[in-house]
Design a protein. Structure first.
Length: 333
């Protein structure tokens, strides 16, 4: 007979999801039992497995308590170097098990709440918060990349890096990032504005796209401050253009050169792809799929990494990284 492991008292005490998330799950399951009983079991089992996975993940000790960094915590610079040692995707086997396991948990959490949002599409009261949690998981994954980028940035002081290293460890310990949650509204607004304002290309100067997005974001003072401060920075402008047009820096140059060569004053959405000789570098973000947002972020991040490696012109960080780093610098002042 196969024995089923019953959760210990310690495992049961581990907090996998927040009280708000558990309350939402309870409401979703209650609604499904009444309206879609055939789907209730699927959602119930998905979250049961998520909790089981979470108990295993959060049972790992904090990175601060592991041998991996225990002996060098007294030296803030070495702590930063230690975390950067496994930041590259190629160094996955160097990462502490807690970190690798947490990433798996976040992926599972995204799928669970995405399923819940699909099952509640006709109930905005349940659907909107479920979808919001899916987005928050994406921004948590993005935040990890931003932290690594900050720890590798010579522009940050050792004191700030030490604080950020502790924040990154707190993210791994809890599965959420309080810093990114604080700026989640601005990033969400930026993506919603981009979704509602597909690139028109036109003269390829990006001004009309930026203007429409800024209007859609309304009175977002954080975004306005960011634009004012960074408007003259070429690297920020290039990253913003990639975000607005959905094209790589190299593709944007290619299209602009063709417009100039043939004396064309503007290009339509349908024409721009024909101007490119090869398959587009970045995936097309469509259908409001949160996964496509993360895919687009990772593709741009990897392109930035390649440019840095070969010393090529163009943006060296994604717009999301630049924006969050800008907010971190303001908070550190």
């Amino acid at each position: 007979m196969v024995q089923v492991h019953a959760p210990s008292a310690h495992e049961q005490d581990l907090k996998v999801l927040s009280d708000e998330e558990e309350l939402l799950i309870g409401k979703i399951e209650e609604w499904l039992q009444e309206k879609r009983p055939q789907d209730y079991f699927l959602v119930h089992e998905r979250f049961r497995r998520l909790r089981n996975l979470g108990r295993a993940v959060f049972d790992y000790p904090s990175i601060k308590e592991t041998q991996f960094v225990r002996d060098i915590l007294v030296n803030e610079h070495q702590l930063t170097e230690s975390l950067l040692a496994f930041s590259a995707p190629s160094h996955v086997l160097r990462a502490p098990a807690k970190v690798a396991a947490l990433r798996s948990f976040l992926v599972a959490k995204f799928h669970a709440f995405s399923l819940a949002s699909r099952m509640t599409e006709k109930n905005d009261i349940l659907n909107i918060p479920a979808k919001s949690i899916s987005f928050s998981v994406i921004y948590t994954l993005m935040a990890e990349d931003v932290y690594f980028s900050c720890l590798d940035d010579p522009g940050f002081s050792n004191i700030t890096k030490s604080r950020l290293a502790n924040d990154l460890i707190a993210l791994w310990d809890s599965g959420t990032d309080q810093r990114s949650i604080k700026h989640l509204m601005a990033l969400s607004s930026l993506w919603k504005a981009r979704d509602s304002t597909p690139p028109g290309f036109g003269t390829m100067d990006g001004n009309s796209e930026l203007f429409r997005i800024s209007i859609d974001m309304g009175a977002d003072t954080e975004w306005e401050e960011f634009l004012k401060e960074e408007s003259t920075n070429d690297y920020t402008r290039w990253a913003l253009e990639e975000f607005l047009f959905g094209l790589s820096y190299e593709e944007i140059l290619q299209v602009r050169n063709r417009l100039k060569k043939y004396g064309v004053t503007c290009v339509s959405h349908e024409e721009v792809r024909s101007y490119l000789d090869s398959k587009p570098v970045y995936s097309i973000v469509e259908d409001h799929d949160p996964r496509a947002i993360y895919d687009f972020f990772i593709e741009r991040r990897d392109a930035c990494t390649l440019r840095k490696r070969v010393n090529a012109p163009g943006p060296l960080h994604t717009l999301e990284e630049i924006y969050l780093k800008y907010r971190i610098i303001l908070e550190a002042r």
